[in-house]
Write a protein that binds this ligand. Structure first.
Ligand SMILES: [Zn+2]
Length: 301
């Protein structure tokens, strides 16, 4: 099964296919290596074994679910599950994480008057925070319940209906900074989405995975891609992005995920009164999140 990536922003030089990323599930979506090995753990959509790249250790589904199945999952199950979690506590957590992400972006430049696009902006925490800091920020989101929430708050957020539309919308807007937080693990073609961002900077956050922690794969939350630091770097470099930050953040994977550390986790949450133990800005090489701040190949600033 294979699928060719669309070019980005009408520039063949930036198309993911030219960058060697024709979408083929037999190849690693991060480094494009053909050396993929099957794992015992199965994917949540079709029940096929996940596969791991021998070169960069990236893990991905072996067979990508078709667009109809994915759309049904995101517009029904995923959307309703998230909506059931949205309360003041959830929004406070998202706001704290957004502030930490924006602090990282400010290592590159102040946010004042910066044209920022939050791709997959969810319930709008980062768009709101960026605009409070003086940016000209807007969001794109597939989940209609999240878009409705943002509009009730008068946030500039628009609904998109597919991955391809998302890439086109980035090209049309040509923002100076694209924030892609907890999105790349869900898309069928991360290279296409990133290629659309090459005229500016990107700030990416994805969950970090370690095949040695099986608890991470019990609930895959709709993920098609399971990144690690090496695979995230491979993807960025292959698409000619220059990372200035690429690191792990947040609580340690070992504390957060491993069943045997449940008491350590409970104690940390009790003391900090926070689900992520207040570690939103904390560098940690084995942190549960990875953040990258990178300059695109066609970026003028
Ligand atoms: Zn790889």
């Amino acid at each position: 099964m294979s699928q060719r990536s669309a070019g980005a922003c009408g520039n063949p030089g930036e198309s993911s296919s030219q960058a060697g990323s024709d979408f083929d599930t037999d190849r690693c979506i991060a480094c494009n290596s053909a050396g993929m090995a099957r794992l015992e753990v199965k994917d949540q959509f079709l029940g096929h074994p996940l596969q791991q790249c021998a070169s960069c250790q990236h893990i991905q589904v072996a067979v990508v679910p078709d667009a109809e199945r994915l759309q049904s999952y995101y517009l029904k199950g995923y959307s309703n599950r998230r909506a059931n979690h949205v309360d003041s506590r959830y929004l406070a957590i998202m706001a704290r994480r957004a502030e930490a992400q924006l602090d990282l972006c400010m290592q590159w430049r102040p946010l004042s008057d910066l044209r920022l696009l939050d791709v997959g902006c969810g319930y709008g925490s980062l768009v709101a925070a960026a605009n409070r800091r003086g940016a000209i920020a807007e969001g794109l989101e597939i989940d209609p319940q999240a878009v409705a929430h943002c509009r009730r708050l008068d946030l500039p957020v628009n609904n998109v209906d597919s991955e391809a539309t998302l890439a086109e919308a980035i090209c049309e807007r040509a923002p100076q900074l694209v924030v892609i937080s907890h999105v790349l693990e869900h898309v069928t073609d991360p290279a296409r989405l990133l290629s659309a961002c090459s005229r500016g900077w990107v700030m990416i956050e994805v969950p970090a995975y370690d095949v040695e922690i099986p608890e991470q794969f019990d609930d895959q939350e709709g993920h098609l891609n399971f990144f690690n630091l090496a695979s995230l770097k491979s993807l960025l470099v292959r698409l000619a992005f220059e990372p200035v930050v690429l690191d792990g953040f947040g609580p340690s994977m070992d504390t957060y995920w491993r069943a045997r550390n449940i008491w350590k986790r409970r104690l940390g949450r009790l003391i900090s009164r926070d689900h992520f133990m207040g570690r939103y800005s904390s560098h940690c090489s084995r942190g549960i999140w990875m953040r990258a701040l990178a300059r695109g190949s066609r970026c003028a600033s």
